[in-house]
Design a protein around this ligand. Structure first.
Ligand code: FAD
Length: 433
C-alpha cells in the first residue's frame, strides 16, 4: 500500500528555520516528504559551471545533513516539475503539496500549471508568503492601485510594519514530522549535468555594527562594508524576517530601507509583468540605441578605458558580485555613454550576478536608463572620472580590480565623455519629445 504523505517543495527558501510554508506542512496531520526539483526549464539556460547552481547544491547538502541527523533525508529530482510529481504519484499517496510563493513571471505560470495538475489528481496545492514582509497588494495606495514611487511606498511599508510587527515561523522546532527515511534520492551536481564552479558565493555578514555604520560606509566600494545578503535572500538561505528584524532595531534605518527597495521592485514586477521586456515608461522604447557590439564587448570585459567602470566589470566577471555604487555607474555608462539598450546590460548581469533577482535587476536597470518607475532623470549622466573622486579617491578599489589602469597596455577610453554626454542628451531628447 502507498504511504499517505504531504510534500514540502523547497524552491527559493533553502533553509529549515523560520520557513512559513514548511512550518504549515510540518504542523499538519501527515508525515512530510522534503522535496527539491532541479527544474530543467531553468537549468537548460545556464552554463554548466554556474556558481549559483553549485551554491544551491551546497545548500541542499547542508539541509540533507541536518535531516539525516534526525533520521530523514531530502529527496532531489531533476526534470520538469509536472513529470516529477507524476512519478512521485506512483510511490506515494500525496495529500497536499506545501510550498512558498514565488512571484516571478515564469514561476507564476509554472505554479498555475502545477496547481491544475495536482487538482486533477485531487491533491491540494498550498502556498505561503515567505520571501518578503509585504507582497503583491499588501502595500498599495488608498485607491488600491500600486505605488510607482519608492518614498511613499516605503513610508506606508514602515507604517504597516510598525503596526503589525513580525511574525516568525519556527519550522525548526517541528522537524520530527519529516518522513523517517534516510535514503531518498539525493542527486550529485554531476548527475544534474553540472560541475562545481571555481567561483564561490560569499557568506553574508549582518552585524549590528555593519547596520549602524551602513549609511556612512555603503557608498565606498573599497570598504567592502555591505551585507552580501543578496544571494542569500534570493535563494532563501536566510530568513528575510530575521534580517528585517535586525535592520529595524538599529537607530539608523538606511539598511532596512534597502530591504524595502527589494520589496518595492518585487511588487512592481508583480503588477507590471510586461516590464521584464518593456520599459515602464513606453516613450523610452523609442530611443534609437546604437547597440555597437564591439563597445558592448569592451564593456563586458572591463576594457572601456574608464578605470572605475572597468574595475566594476572585472569584479563582476571574477566574483559574481559588484558593489552597488559601481553597478549604478557601469549601468549608466552602458545606456548613456555607449547608448546600448538597457536590456543588453540586464541580460549580462542576469548571467553573471550571484544575487541576480529578476525584479531588482530589471528595476535597477530601468532606473539607470531612466525608463523605469521612479527612475533617475535621463539628463543625470554619471561622469565616470569624477565618480572616482567621490567614491574611490584613494584608488583602492581600482587598484584591486583594474591594477593595469596606469600601464601603457591599458585601453584608451572607447568614447570621449563630453561627446558621449551630449550625444546621449540629444538622442534621449529626440525620443522623448
Ligand atoms: P546591501 O547594500 O548590504 O543591501 C542589503 C540588501 O538590500 C541587498 O542584499 C538587497 O536585497 C537589498 N537592496 C539593496 N539595494 C537595493 C536596490 N537598489 N534594489 C533592490 N534591492 C536592494 N540587487 C539584487 O538583489 N539583484 C540584482 O539582480 C540586482 N541588480 C542590480 C542591477 C543594477 C544595474 C543596479 C544599479 C543594482 C542592482 N541591484 C540588484 C541592487 C544592489 O546593487 C544590490 O542589491 C546590492 O549591491 C547587493 O549587495 P549587498 O547584498 O551587499 O547589499
Amino acid at each position: 500500500m502507498k504511504l499517505s504523505i504531504h510534500i514540502f517543495w523547497f524552491r527559493r527558501d533553502l533553509r529549515l528555520d523560520d520557513n512559513c510554508g514548511l512550518l504549515h506542512a510540518l504542523k499538519s496531520d501527515k508525515k512530510v516528504l522534503p522535496l527539491f526539483i532541479f527544474d530543467e526549464e531553468i537549468l537548460n539556460k545556464l552554463p554548466k559551471d554556474d556558481a549559483r547552481v553549485s551554491f544551491i547544491h551546497q545548500q541542499l547538502e547542508h539541509i540533507n545533513n541536518q535531516l539525516t541527523a534526525i533520521g530523514s533525508s531530502l529527496a532531489i529530482y531533476h526534470g520538469k516539475p509536472i513529470e516529477v510529481y507524476n512519478s512521485l504519484l506512483e510511490k506515494y499517496n500525496i495529500d497536499t503539496v506545501f510550498t512558498n510563493h514565488d512571484y516571478e513571471p515564469y514561476a507564476n505560470k509554472r505554479d498555475l500549471e502545477i496547481k491544475d495538475f495536482l487538482a486533477s489528481e485531487n491533491i491540494q496545492f498550498k502556498t505561503y508568503k515567505d520571501q518578503v514582509i509585504f507582497e503583491r497588494n499588501e502595500i498599495v495606495k488608498k485607491d488600491g492601485t500600486p505605488y510607482k514611487v519608492y518614498t511613499p511606498y516605503s513610508k506606508k511599508w514602515l507604517e504597516a510594519f510598525h503596526f503589525k510587527g513580525i511574525q516568525f515561523f519556527p519550522s525548526e522546532e517541528n522537524l520530527e514530522n519529516f518522513i523517517q527515511n534516510k535514503n531518498h534520492p539525493f542527486l550529485t551536481l554531476e548527475e544534474v549535468g553540472f560541475t562545481e564552479s571555481a567561483i564561490k558565493v560569499e557568506s553574508f555578514k549582518v552585524s549590528t555594527k555593519l547596520i549602524d555604520a551602513y549609511e556612512e560606509t555603503r557608498n565606498y566600494p573599497a570598504k567592502n562594508s555591505t551585507s552580501r545578503l543578496g544571494t542569500h535572500l534570493r535563494f532563501g538561505t536566510v530568513s528575510v524576517r530575521k534580517m528585517v528584524d535586525k535592520g529595524s532595531k538599529s537607530n539608523n534605518i538606511t539598511f532596512l530601507k534597502e530591504l524595502i527597495w527589494r520589496e518595492f521592485f518585487m511588487q512592481i514586477l508583480w503588477h507590471f509583468p510586461q516590464t521584464n521586456k518593456d520599459s515602464f515608461k513606453p516613450k523610452y522604447d523609442r530611443i534609437l540605441w546604437i547597440n555597437n557590439e564591439k563597445n558592448f564587448d569592451a564593456w563586458c570585459k572591463g576594457e572601456t578605458g574608464y578605470p572605475l567602470v572597468d574595475a566594476g566589470m572585472r569584479e563582476l566577471n571574477k566574483t559574481g558580485f559588484m558593489h552597488n555604487r559601481v553597478r549604478m555607474l557601469v549601468g549608466s555608462f552602458l545606456c548613456k555613454h555607449l547608448l546600448i539598450d538597457w536590456r543588453w546590460g540586464e541580460a549580462y548581469f542576469a548571467e553573471k550576478l550571484h544575487d541576480y533577482e529578476q525584479s531588482s535587476n530589471i528595476g535597477n536597470w530601468q532606473w539607470v536608463a531612466g525608463c523605469g518607475v521612479d527612475a533617475a532623470p535621463y539628463f543625470r549622466i554619471f561622469n565616470p572620472t569624477t565618480q572616482i573622486q567621490k567614491f574611490d579617491k584613494n584608488l583602492e578599489y581600482i587598484k584591486k580590480w583594474a591594477p593595469d589602469f596606469q600601464e601603457l597596455t591599458y585601453p584608451t577610453p572607447i568614447v570621449e565623455h563630453k561627446f558621449a554626454r551630449e550625444r546621449c542628451l540629444k538622442i534621449y531628447k529626440e525620443a522623448l519629445q
